[in-house]
Structure formats: C-alpha cells, structure tokens
Design a protein around this ligand. Structure first.
Ligand code: PMP
Length: 414
C-alpha cells in the first residue's frame, strides 16, 4: 500500500480516536472460547469418584510430587526419560521457577559453595526480547541481568559462551526454547547442543528452560526442539538444566497443573525444599486433568482445537501488518508457527511513542521496554502483540490503529 502523508495519517488517527475505543492487546491470555474447550473436565471428578488409578484418595494429604498418572503425562510433555525426573505441582510454572531461584538464593544448589544470596553478586543472562516475568523474578531477588541478543536460532550462543566461560558470578540463563515469548523463535539443534556443552565458570550454573509453549502449535507446520536433558546427559552436564511447563494455556490459565523436569539429583533437591513448604499439591485438579486428557497424545489432540481458534487471529495480525506496513521499510515482525505472541520491531526510538499513541486512541499494548531487562529496550524498538484474548473484530480494529501509530511515529522521526 502506498505511503500516506503525515497529514493523512493524522486524520486517520484522529478518526480512530474519536471512536472512543477500548481494546486490550496486553497479555497473552487464552480467550473464553479456548477456556470452554476444557469445561468437561469440571465434571470428571465427582463426589462419588475421586480416587487415582492406584486407588489413592485425592482428598487427603500426600503425594508430594504429584499423582502417578499426572507424572506420566509430564514425563512425555517435558520429554524426560522417567517419572523419577518429574514433579507435578500446583497450577503455576512461574511459581516453580520463582521458588527454584528463591531456594538457590537461600540454600544454593548441591554444587554451590555458598547459597547464592551469600555470594557477592549473582548474574543471569537474559536473551531479549524475552518474557517480562522472568526479569521480574531476577529483580525481586537482586540478581543482575545481562541482556543477550535473541536470534532466530535462540540465544546468541557466541555471546553466551564467552560470558559464561569467564564470569563465575553468572549463575544462569533464562530460555523459552520453543515459540519463545515474544518472538516465536525456537532454539536450533546446534543451540541446544552448545548450551549443553559450553564451559561455565560457575559450577552451579543453571539453564531455566521454560518450555511454556511446547505443544502450542498453530498448524501442522511445526518447529522441532532438540531434547535438552538428553543433550546434557551426553555431555555429562545433566544437572545444568531445569525444565518447566504447565497446562495454563492448555486447560485453564488459573487452574492448570505445572510441572518440572530435571535430573534425579535436581528433582531430589527440589523435593527436599518442596517438602518444607507443602504436604502435597492439589491432587483433585491433577485427577481432573488426567481423566480429561488421558495421556500426552490426548494433550496434543486438544491443542489442535486451540489452534483452530487462535491461528486465524494470528493470521489477521500478520495480514494487517503486511498490508499496512509491508514494503515501507519502517517495521519488521515475526511470523511464528506457535506460541502466544508476535514480536514487532519499529524504527529505533519509536516503540514508546507508538504504545503511547495507541493508548491515547484506546488500544492498550504491553508497555514498550517490557520485553527487556529493567524494562529498558536499549533501542526502544520492540512491541509485543498478544492476539489470543480479543475477538477477531477487536484484533482487526486494534491492528489498524496500531499500524497507523507506527507510521505516525516513524514519520515524526524523519
Ligand atoms: N513462561 C512463559 C514464557 C510465559 O509466557 C508464561 C505466561 N505468559 C508463563 C511462563 C506463565 O506460566 P504459568 O501460568 O504456568 O505460571
């Protein structure tokens, strides 16, 4: 589409503003139609039928690491080789990740000379753009964040290898390995191998492998991710990786089941700490999940239903980006094969202005900068688009407003 003059853009913008819109594209929440897919689960554990396959009473205490059938699903979901390498916990993987870091700070990992909190400085590598809540966890515990570029193949491994080899205060890295938040990128086979193999100055280095979108494909054209625990085992670094995932965007975002996969040493470390904090997770909810999904194949089948609902929303976003901004040399965006987000890069120094203009026209976007440590996007370029929650009509309208805002901000920079 031919470029509009600044005057024409301003007119369009004012017209949108006059409509008094109230659209929200901020967070990656499932839409109601997606939540409805799992409703039958609510009726699968009843007052007459609440025992596990082995006959355990889910109403009572116990089962620290989850009911066996939930662990079985997580074994395949997290791609570990046995249920000894799994914990099936409460509803949130973010809680599991937060608690892992909290325990490292207060007690350290088995290889730690001292708890992290008693060491001078602890640093984490943060491939960015990335997930804002990972950064919040680091900030919460006073962990210094080092931004590492995120590439189409995962974290920039040349940078990662050099940093971790020389600085023993770098204790970990956050990785969303598949359909990453917000880029949709998936780590290549080589990236996984390099992460498993790299020499780290810190003996207690950990990869926080947040595989939140492992089954969240948008179509049958899917990214493949190499098995990190296997790769680490092959290198003798199996205690390096901690794998997380959850059913938040499979069943109910507020009442799913979260899991952790890791070497038996790491699982035992985690269970030791977990036993100080709980006598067991919500087993009734785990039973609801296992009765509904039955096995991992059931999870994969269910995700096809999600894809049917959300793929058209992703398509609509991409289509409008292409139609309104394509060929104008002012923006680039990712076209993910899965996950929950699209990452939009606007001209340097424009992201904050775009988000502000959009907000003033009634379209709420994730705050500019949120996808970088300390909420500081050094180039002020990146905007995260979350298309799952709004209706199709709302998405189209919000995207038209957003693309006008991008062109206006770019025009003001010239
Ligand atoms: N990790 C990533 C990468 C996410 O995008 C999200 C949700 N936005 C989460 C974790 C949160 O997961 P949970 O609901 O299991 O805490």
């Amino acid at each position: 589409m031919a470029s509009l003059t600044k005057k024409e853009l301003q007119k369009k913008y004012q017209d949108y503003k006059a409509q008094g819109l109230a659209l929200d594209m901020t967070r990656g929440k499932p839409g109601t139609e997606q939540l409805d897919l799992s409703l039958p689960m609510m009726d699968l554990v009843t007052s007459k039928d609440y025992k596990t396959l082995a006959g355990a009473d889910t109403r009572n205490y116990g089962g620290l690491d989850g009911i066996p059938e939930m662990k079985e699903i997580f074994k395949d979901f997290l791609e570990v080789s046995s249920t000894d390498e799994v914990i099936a916990a409460g509803n949130s993987s973010l809680t599991l990740m937060h608690d892992t870091i909290a325990r490292a700070m207060s007690h350290g990992f088995p290889e730690s000379k001292k708890p992290w909190g008693q060491q001078d400085k602890i640093k984490f590598l943060c491939p960015s753009p990335g997930y804002d809540r990972h950064y919040s966890v680091c900030e919460h515990f006073g962990i210094e964040m080092i931004t590492v570029p995120m590439t189409e193949k995962g974290p920039d491994m040349d940078v990662v290898e050099e940093l971790v080899a020389e600085d023993k205060s770098i204790k970990g890295i956050w990785v969303v390995p598949k359909y990453s938040n917000p880029t949709g990128y998936t780590c290549s086979k080589k990236t996984v191998k390099r992460l498993a193999k790299m020499k780290t100055a810190a003996k207690d280095f950990r990869i926080m492998w947040d595989n939140a979108y492992t089954v969240h494909h948008l179509s049958s054209d899917q990214d493949q991710l190499e098995n990190i625990l296997e790769a680490c085992k092959a290198e003798g670094t199996e205690n390096r990786v901690l794998i997380y995932g959850s059913f938040s965007k499979i069943s109910f975002a507020g009442a799913g089941v979260a899991g952790m996969g890791a070497s038996v040493d790491n699982i035992n470390w985690m269970k030791g700490h977990l036993s100080m904090a709980t006598i067991g997770p919500d087993k009734i909810n785990q039973l609801r999940h296992t009765r509904f999904f039955k096995d991992f194949k059931g999870v994969q089948k269910h995700m096809k239903k999600h894809a049917k609902i959300i793929a058209p929303k992703f398509d609509a976003v991409i289509e409008i980006l292409e139609k309104e901004l394509g060929g104008k040399g002012i923006a680039t965006w990712t076209v993910p094969k899965g996950g929950y987000f699209i990452s939009l890069d606007v001209p340097k120094g424009c992201a904050k202005e775009v988000v502000k203009l959009a907000a003033e026209a009634g379209v709420k976007l994730t705050a500019a900068g949120a996808t970088f440590p300390y909420k500081n996007d050094p180039k002020d370029k990146n905007i995260r688009i979350a298309p799952t929650l709004p209706s199709m009509g709302e998405i189209k309208l919000a995207m038209r407003v957003l693309t006008v805002c991008v062109q206006l901000a770019a025009a003001s920079k010239k």
